[in-house]
Design a protein around this ligand. Structure first.
Ligand code: SF4
Length: 343
């Protein structure tokens, strides 16, 4: 996986592209004017490790709320602008760290020029955020052509603090659009598959769309878009990055699917372990570890040996491994307690 070479953009205190770690972002689902609810939601996202927050700016009071939200938080805020370019100007005045504008609904050149002018003045970046739902095109080529034409306005103004997104609700279209765009420019990309829905379907679509591109070295910041609470989006985004070895957030828990050979209730052991781990995880000062919980002697010893802490279970008991060495035999019913103690 060789990362695509891009410019580096600074969004508040987060670097995007140019070799920076792929960052995690999300969007609040509160009414931005409701400063209290919005700040509370952002704090929860920040505690989970979200690095950039986008807020919906649908009117002037929402734009003005940015200043109040910023006075309570340090995390970079992106103002999400559609239809009315003036809300971008108001958001910049209110202190946002970046603007997202949508070429599908802010089309007039003089309006785009105004947004560029204020962002240039404050040295803040602009995300050119295309979305199949509002672009009026649904094919990858159409999204890319729209983006290319829009970018000409920015380049004539010598404005290069740009991040690009080309999100479609169809996974293949999204992948194709980003691949095409990657051949055309060196601006960093914000990756996402839009409107993926909820539950397993949404998670799988997001993981395949974002993950395929990241595996090709394409993508500099990601947002998982789900019809659920934004905390879930952040957790899933982190799992996508960790699965590809791009970032480390959680201990890697390896457990087998079990089969007729398994002689312990591995599902119960793993669930119990994950629940206890979630309680202590914020206290962990050591780097996330690899923990293997395996059902029998077929693949168990190999995986357990390879992990920082591992157990290969047998009949009602298991062999405990630490850093590749067998340390002792433990009862299955004590397994979770033992591992938590070691962590
Ligand atoms: S490790 Fe053993 S119990 Fe687990 S799936 Fe493989 S063979 Fe079955």
């Amino acid at each position: 996986m060789r990362p695509r070479k891009t410019r580096q953009i600074k969004l508040g205190n987060v670097r995007i592209g140019g070799g920076a770690p792929v960052s995690v972002q999300s969007m609040t689902k509160t009414d931005t004017k409701d400063v209290k609810a919005t700040v509370e939601q952002i704090k929860r996202l920040q505690n989970l490790g979200c690095q950039i927050i986008r807020v919906a700016i649908k009117d002037s009071p929402s734009a003005q709320a940015i200043g109040k939200i910023k006075s309570k938080l340090k995390i970079p805020l992106v103002a999400d602008i559609h239809f009315n370019y003036k809300h971008a100007l108001e958001s910049v005045n209110s202190g946002c760290d970046a603007i997202r504008i949508n070429p599908g609904n802010i089309k007039r050149k003089e309006h785009v020029l105004k947004v560029i002018e204020v962002c240039k003045g404050r040295k803040i970046p602009i995300r050119v955020g295309l979305n199949s739902g509002s672009a009026g095109v649904s094919a990858a080529g159409g999204l890319v052509n729209l983006a290319k034409n829009y970018l000409k306005i920015f380049e004539r103004e010598k404005f290069h603090d740009i991040i690009i997104s080309l999100k479609a609700s169809d996974v293949n279209t999204t992948i194709e659009a980003y691949r095409k765009m990657a051949r055309f420019c060196n601006y960093p990309f914000h990756l996402g598959v839009t409107a993926t829905g909820t539950g397993y379907g949404g998670i799988v679509k997001s993981a395949i769309g974002i993950g395929t591109l990241l595996a090709e070295g394409i993508g500099d910041t990601i947002r998982v878009s789900l019809t659920t609470n934004p905390e879930e989006e952040v957790r899933i985004a982190k799992y996508i990055l960790q699965s590809l070895g791009l970032r480390r957030f959680y201990p890697d828990v390896i457990s087998c699917p079990t089969c007729g050979r398994c002689q312990v209730d591995l599902q119960k052991i793993v669930n119990d372990f994950l629940q206890k781990l979630s309680v202590i995880s914020h206290q962990l000062s050591v780097k996330p570890q690899k923990i293997a919980l395996m059902g029998c002697e077929v693949n168990g010893p190999g995986e357990a040996k390879d992990a920082d802490i591992g157990i290969a279970f047998g009949k009602n008991s298991g062999i405990l491994f630490r850093k590749g060495r067998v340390t002792k035999k433990i009862k299955a019913k004590n397994a979770v307690k033992e591992i938590i103690k070691l962590i």
